[in-house]
Design a protein around this ligand. Structure first.
Ligand SMILES: [Fe+2]
Ligand SMILES: [Fe+2]
Length: 323
């Protein structure tokens, strides 16, 4: 059931549940207990340390309200999302899967070969889901936890996860089809089987939405977090390099000729071009370059460029214009 309404922090939680009973399952995973009276979403989220924006993003996304992944990604709380997804797995693996298994078993005839085959199919399905979720718990969630602590792990990224994040419901579809189309009628158990089927449909929808929240909310939020970390690392590296050139290398004993060569180098000239420009031999240019490296302990053109800017040998805007 989808209302296509977009909920706000000032809406009462009870109205959201009245409109969309499926949100009950999300409430549990967010760690919000029942018994909230007439309180607003904002009041309830704050009292349970849940980020209101992230809670509403999940609710609006799963109930068909307004959703814009791009603009939302960097505002989502990764901590809240991580806690929500972890709790969703516990809810599904420890409660939903055993619950459906029990009701399926009760609705089939005992000592029946067909019934046993149906149970085998269900167990295979449960195993597949378990494998999928355990992978996320073992590989993805610890990776995200490290990102949150500012320590990105090497050799893994959200893109790697995203590429291999597959649908898991094929076996459940098959099971439903068998129950609906091919299982012989058994009047004694038919009402139980109908209820079980209803539960299976509900389960299927839950799992589909869970995967969509991962793909459309969690993955973009992690991508934005990775980007922020990368930017701050680059800034730190540049600051460290500039700190070195400023503090240690301003009085470096460079000759005027060596400074001219640095300027020529950072504006992109080759040794031959520098030789022609300064009317000296290519060998002399090479000797000057060796001396510059020895005096500054800077080997890269990027490092020399920073040195030249910090020490006023070249103007940044001039360099940019020349590119
Ligand atoms: Fe998951
Ligand atoms: Fe998943």
């Amino acid at each position: 059931m989808k209302t296509h309404k977009t909920y706000e922090p000032t809406d009462r939680m009870i109205s959201i549940i009245r409109d969309n009973y499926s949100v009950l399952q999300s409430l549990e995973s967010f760690g919000i207990p029942l018994g909230f009276g007439d309180k607003t979403v904002e009041e309830i989220c704050q009292s349970h340390y849940v980020d209101t924006f992230t809670f509403l993003a999940v609710v609006n996304f799963t109930t068909g309200g307004y959703f814009d992944a791009k603009s939302m990604a960097s505002r989502l709380s990764v901590t809240t999302m991580l806690r929500y997804l972890r709790a969703s797995h516990v809810y599904y693996l420890n409660h939903q899967l055993p619950y459906i298994r029990k009701s399926l078993k009760d609705s089939l005839r005992e000592d029946d070969e067909l019934g046993r085959l149906v149970m085998t199919l269900y167990d295979e399905y449960a195993m597949e889901i378990k494998k999928h979720m355990k992978y996320e718990e073992r590989r993805l969630f610890p990776y995200v936890q490290d990102l949150l602590e500012g320590n990105p792990r090497r050799g893994y990224s959200i893109e790697t996860f995203s590429k291999h994040h597959e649908e898991t419901g094929a076996k459940l579809k098959e099971l439903k089809c068998i129950l609906l189309k091919y299982l012989p009628q058994d009047k004694e158990h038919s009402h139980l089987l109908t209820m079980t089927l209803y539960g299976i449909y509900n389960n299927e929808e839950w799992l589909r939405l869970h995967a969509e929240v991962e793909d459309e909310l969690f993955v973009p939020a992690i991508r934005a977090l990775e980007q922020r970390l990368l930017e701050s690392q680059v800034t730190q590296q540049i600051t460290a390099l500039m700190g070195k050139t400023e503090s240690e290398l301003t009085d470096n004993g460079l000759s005027e000729r060596e400074k001219e060569i640095i300027v020529a180098l950072v504006t992109g000239m080759s040794n031959k071009e520098i030789a022609e420009h300064l009317c000296i031999s290519v060998n002399t240019v090479a000797t000057h370059r060796r001396n510059i490296t020895r005096k500054l302990q800077i080997h890269s053109t990027a490092g020399l460029t920073i040195f030249a800017i910090v020490n006023g040998l070249v103007d940044l805007s001039r360099l940019l214009n020349e590119e």
